[in-house]
Design a binder for this molecule. Structure first.
Ligand code: SAM
Length: 216
């Protein structure tokens, strides 16, 4: 295993996270074992941060022990890899609007111990105003107001010098425009609040998606 980022490794063309819990086969194609450690394969076809890493993201700020706000947690696939990376002393607040998805997420959280599932609308951060300030906000909600959701949550919960990571789905914002036009409009909005450190287009892993690394 070759270290790529904190707790993220590469072997051939695949990336892996160092597993927080042993023999966890959920959300992964394979588990690799090396020197008494286990590594879960992180599929870029099913997870946008993994796709961004495969597409050449130069820095990935998620680290051991961090506090993370994750918007659009769904059934817990990507958040389970974030959970591997932040480890047992980190914490991830996972916000999800769908009750059906939250039931699956609850199971993942119970097994892992560092995920706090929150049933709420990410457009209304006041619904979870009790959470603590975070080092990173990751957003993957596929709605028409994706930049506004990031801005609103960062204003409330992101530490100074904290990072935002936005997985942007262009077609959720405007299906009639080509994605390049959508990216331009979104970037103008983001720049009023963040420095855009990196942008990676996720095709062919995720069609018409871009991944932004932002700094407050
Ligand atoms: C593309 S999926 C997320 C996939 C997930 N991040 C993963 O990689 O495992 C988008 C999720 O955002 C949720 N969502 C959409 N709008 C939301 C909102 N306003 N607040 C919270 N969650 C929302 C949807 O229910 C859905 O589960």
């Amino acid at each position: 295993m070759k270290k790529k980022f904190d707790h993220v490794f590469q072997q051939g063309k695949s990336i892996f996270t160092e597993a927080l819990i042993k023999n966890d086969k959920t959300f992964t194609k394979s588990i690799a074992k090396e020197a008494g450690k286990e590594y879960r394969e992180w599929n870029p076809m099913k997870s946008k941060p993994a796709a961004a890493i495969m597409k050449g993201l130069k820095s990935f700020p998620l680290k051991k022990g961090m506090k993370v706000l994750y918007l659009g947690a769904a059934s817990g696939a990507t958040i389970s890899f974030f959970s591997d990376i932040v480890g047992e002393n980190g914490i991830i607040y996972g916000v999800e609007i769908s009750e059906r998805s939250l039931r699956d997420l609850n199971d993942v959280a119970e097994r892992r111990g560092n995920i706090v599932p929150i049933i709420a609308d990410a457009r209304k951060p006041e619904e979870y105003s009790w959470i603590e300030k975070c080092d990173i906000i990751f957003e993957d909600v596929a709605s028409d107001d994706q930049p506004e959701i990031m801005i609103r949550n960062a204003d409330k919960f992101l530490k100074t010098n904290g990072f935002g990571m936005l997985a942007l789905k262009a077609r959720s914002i405007d299906v009639t425009k080509n994605p390049q036009q959508v990216y331009k409009v979104v970037e103008k909005k983001l720049k009023e609040h963040f420095e855009i450190l990196e942008k990676v287009v996720l095709d062919p892993y995720e069609k018409d998606h871009a991944f932004y690394l932002l700094k407050k």
